[in-house]
Design a protein around this ligand. Structure first.
Ligand SMILES: N=C(N)NCC[C@H]1O[C@@H](n2cnc3c(N)ncnc32)[C@H](O)[C@@H]1O
Length: 423
């Protein structure tokens, strides 16, 4: 159901015409679907990301990043050239300061795992050529030089942090082994192929930032045949969950604040707090309503950049505890194959049963929580759809059906919801 257009008086006179850059499929009842090339009338811009627009008499919320203004000639104004679709200035600018590097280095689970990978493969690393892609402060490269004897490590870093990384390499007496190259991995020239391409590229929900594209391009250009990718594979995991405190804090709050009825604000709260995923979520094992399921698995040797446009997964959960089903939580695990045949694989699991990491988990809140019962099943699909314009962003669409074990009529229902990350 989409909102039918009220009478003319309700239309904001400052409406502007926009053209759709690409298709968009509504997921919430108050969103508006459209196709590439459609001309929409934007009546209001309540937030930078979501605008109130009309198409052929139907009104609803639309994602602003999917629209462009139509210039006089009707030609697509190349305003994308005004804004870099990779947002690299902002992106590498943020990594030129210490804040994010401090967060990553303070994440013991993350950093110790990479250390463990180097340590447990130290013998096989002797005389190897290594590339550390997106080395940041160079921690992984320093581990290689300190714990093993590679012939050389090319530490590649695009941000201005690279000049400090050179100092850290010298400060720790590793300049014989580690060579710091400042530049984008896709653009720099290495003097030789590499035996191992190691990188810590994972973003929230595994793929946000889409640094993985740079890793794949570097793999295709610099990893020798038979070389090793670290991580070697990755899995995105999903679980249906309860999120009582988040729901109470952001939605139930409006029911009786100070004895007053503020429920007319709940649709606004829904739009403002639950339209996007919550990145900094910490799920407790007891919040999981079923056994988690790996919904998307990436093989870093065969994955192609074109595969990143749309990644699909299926799930089938058997509910193990009766509770309110508020949404889904996602996290990831990456695996590091041993350099020795048959050697132990090291993994970095960012889920609720492992040491917490700076990624935490990602919570996708549904529009309407529903009680589920032990024995029910929740099955459906997840689609990660890369943003056609903003190349570091994606939309996660969840589609689910609940097959109630009880004969409770409103318990057999399902839905679909799309969550922009972030544009
Ligand atoms: N989610 C993450 N792990 N982000 C780590 C990103 C680190 O890699 C660096 N980086 C990201 N992409 C690239 C690239 N294509 N080339 C070089 N460095 C990069 C970035 O500047 C930061 O230091």
């Amino acid at each position: 159901m989409q909102t039918e257009k009220e009478d003319e008086d309700d239309v904001d006179v400052s409406s502007e015409e926009y053209v759709a850059r690409s298709d968009f499929t509504a997921s919430g009842t108050d969103q508006l679907s459209f196709s590439k090339g459609d001309r929409l009338l934007v009546h209001a811009k309540p937030s930078p990301e979501w605008w109130w627009a009309e198409l052929q008499g139907v009104i609803g919320y639309v994602p602003a990043s999917y629209l462009r203004q139509d210039d006089a000639g009707g030609e697509e104004e190349e305003d994308v050239s005004l804004e870099d679709p990779w947002q690299d200035e902002e992106y590498f600018g943020s990594y030129g300061t210490l804040r994010l590097h401090l967060e990553m280095l303070s994440d013991k689970s993350r950093t110790e795992t990479y250390r463990q990978v180097i340590l447990s493969n130290s013998g096989s690393l002797s005389n190897k050529v290594v590339m550390d892609l997106g080395c940041g402060t160079g921690i992984i490269s320093l581990f290689c030089a300190q714990l093993a004897s590679p012939s050389v490590v090319y530490a590649v870093e695009a941000s201005s942090m690279a000049e400090y990384t050179r100092q850290l390499v010298k400060q720790n007496g590793c300049e014989e082994v580690v060579t710091v190259l400042q530049g984008r991995a896709e653009e720099i020239e290495l003097p030789e192929q590499v035996d191992i391409l190691v990188s810590e590229w994972m973003g929230n929900c595994l793929l946000f930032e889409f640094m993985v594209e740079s890793v794949l391009l570097a793999r295709d250009r610099w990893l020798r045949d038979g070389g090793t990718m670290w991580p070697s594979s990755a899995a995105l995991t999903l679980v249906p969950c309860q999120a009582d405190s988040d729901y109470a804090e952001k939605m139930a709050f409006w029911e009786r604040p100070y004895g007053l009825d503020f429920t007319p604000l709940q649709p606004l709260a829904q739009q403002e707090f639950f339209t996007k995923p919550k990145f900094s979520h910490l799920i407790e094992p007891r919040d999981c309503l079923a056994a988690p399921c790996d919904v998307i698995c990436l093989d870093m040797y065969t994955l192609q950049v074109r595969d990143l446009e749309e990644m699909k997964g299926q799930f089938h959960f058997c509910v193990e505890k009766s509770a309110v089903f508020h949404g889904f939580t996602a996290w990831f695990t990456v695996y590091f194959d041993s350099l020795e045949a048959g050697g132990a694989t090291v993994d970095l699991n960012t889920g609720p049963n492992s040491e917490p990491t700076h990624w935490k988990q990602t919570l996708f809140m549904l529009d309407r929580p529903v009680t589920v019962y032990t024995g029910d099943s929740i099955s459906g699909t997840i689609v990660l759809h890369r943003n056609p314009v903003w190349r570091r962003h994606m939309t996660v669409t969840l589609h689910w059906n609940i097959n109630g074990s009880t004969d409770d009529p409103d318990n057999s229902q399902g839905g679909t919801k799309s969550f922009p990350m972030w544009r």
